[in-house]
Design a protein around this ligand. Structure first.
Ligand SMILES: [Zn+2]
Ligand SMILES: [Zn+2]
Length: 459
């Protein structure tokens, strides 16, 4: 599909209908204001009062507070938020008071989608009126890591050391990435301008989790047509990874997930097989099996290796019990500090996630790629791997950082895949909440009763 979407059209409200087409995400007064917006408008935000979800002190859980914005500095951008997805990795911060949490007043969130309303004096990459995806990760194009093709590790993204506003009692507010706020104040390096009719609710899946899943399957794993891919976890990250593997032409995609409705959705989105890990929980020690042998027999690893077994055992005929070409870990752990989060939906055999990390490595073929991008593992835990195999096999392992996504390169590609009907993020964006119900949106995400929840602060 070829779709020419002008900034004028975006300002007039095209392309911002909520999923399901029930309502536009912006109110009429906002639209009127944006229709009159000049191309360049700097530092018009000072003194403006907005509402944002912030964490006021070390032991508090975040709440909606009035914030008075400061003047925009440098390359900072003010973006009126249309939709922001509740990343599971913030669940602990939102729901569990912790003395180890940040001391500053920070706006909650891992990015969002919205319209640029004002820009700082040094901004050059976006204009007022642009529709942008504010990403958790930045991409400046100039730093040491960006010029070495590793924008996923960009060093210029934060903009988080300068307060962007003040609370009612005068405490400075830091934005970082933000998202759960009426106006995101972020650096331009986090903003990717998007020109499309795709709804903001769907696009909000590309601020963090969708990028992580798609990046793992499409950037970090060299998935070739006809390959076998195993994905652990069918939350928004894993379901994105499954779609990425399908788009790249994997012949077999095995999804490992304890929750039934997520396994069923995985099959609709591209998985060819699903496995409930709670059916394969035994781990039994094995006698010494040579320098590359595992020290124990893991029933889940064994079962999936059998699923991936070639149709012959004759090595000269390409056969054997090879194992999958690629294994993607999108399950994560449920640890938040010393606390283990307890979802209402069923969890896997090991809620710390540590067993899955070992299984991911073991399962992968000797020349395959395994990749992980989760968090939530207990900080003092250690991954157990067969040491000889880890040191001397041909396996590759990649650590995540949003699946290696270069936001300015990859996010527009992902949007085009939606437009082409090849990628379904609508199926992942399950339920919308107003800003005042942000805590509930995170609680539902924590309980995993739906795939993903979205906050629409200006709906
Ligand atoms: Zn995130
Ligand atoms: Zn950079």
């Amino acid at each position: 599909m070829t779709s020419k979407v002008s900034r004028r059209r975006v300002l007039k409200g095209a392309g911002i209908a909520a999923v399901g087409g029930a309502s536009a995400l912006l109110g009429g007064s906002t639209l009127a204001a944006q229709q009159g917006a000049p191309a360049i408008r700097t530092n018009t935000q000072a003194g403006r009062r907005i509402r944002a979800f912030v964490k006021l002190d070390r032991v508090d859980i975040p709440s909606m507070q009035p914030v008075t914005l400061r003047a925009l500095t440098g390359r900072m951008v003010a973006v009126r938020t249309e939709a922001a997805q509740t990343c599971y990795s913030s669940v602990g911060q939102l729901l569990l008071p912790s003395p180890a949490a940040a001391q500053n007043v920070n706006v909650v969130g891992h990015g969002g989608v919205g319209i640029v309303e004002a820009i700082g004096p040094e901004v050059f990459a976006v204009q007022v009126g642009d529709r942008v995806i504010v990403n958790f990760h930045s991409s400046c194009g100039w730093c040491h890591n960006c010029v070495r093709s590793r924008a996923d590790q960009c060093l210029n993204g934060g903009g988080g050391n300068t307060p962007t506003g003040d609370t009612a009692d005068g405490k400075p507010v830091f934005s970082g990435t933000s998202g759960m706020t009426e106006v995101m104040v972020v650096s331009q390096e986090k903003c990717v301008p998007i020109f499309t009719d795709v709804s903001s609710v769907e696009l909000s899946m590309f601020t963090c989790v969708g990028n992580a899943g798609l990046g793992m399957a499409m950037t970090k794993c060299p998935v070739e047509p006809g390959s076998d891919v195993v994905v652990f976890g069918c939350g928004p990250v894993g379901l994105s990874a499954i779609q990425g593997a399908r788009i790249k032409g994997a012949a077999r995609i095995i999804a490992v997930e304890p929750i039934r409705y997520r396994r069923e959705l995985a099959l609709k989105l591209g998985a060819t097989d699903v496995v409930d890990p709670n059916q394969y929980t035994s781990r039994t020690p094995t006698p010494f099996r040579g320098i590359s042998g595992d020290s124990y027999k893991d029933a889940l690893v064994d079962h999936i290796r059998d699923m991936c077994r070639q149709r012959t055992d004759r090595a000269y005929a390409g056969g054997g019990r090879i194992g999958p070409d690629h294994v993607i870990e999108a399950a994560g752990g449920d640890a938040y500090g010393d606390v283990l989060i307890r979802p209402s939906e069923v969890t896997g055999p090991d809620p710390t996630g540590m067993t899955v990390l070992s299984q991911v490595w073991q399962l992968c073929s000797r020349i395959g790629t395994s990749v992980s991008c989760s968090i939530g593992f207990p900080a003092d835990a250690r991954v157990q791997l067969p040491p000889n195999e880890w040191a001397d096999s041909g396996k590759h392992f990649w650590g995540g950082t949003c699946g290696g996504t270069n936001t300015r390169r990859d996010v527009p590609r992902y949007v085009r895949l939606i437009e082409a009907g090849k990628l379904d993020m609508k199926a992942l964006a399950s339920r919308n909440y107003p800003l005042a119900e942000t805590t509930e949106a995170y609680r539902v995400a924590m309980n995993r009763t739906v795939v993903a929840t979205i906050v629409t602060p200006n709906a």
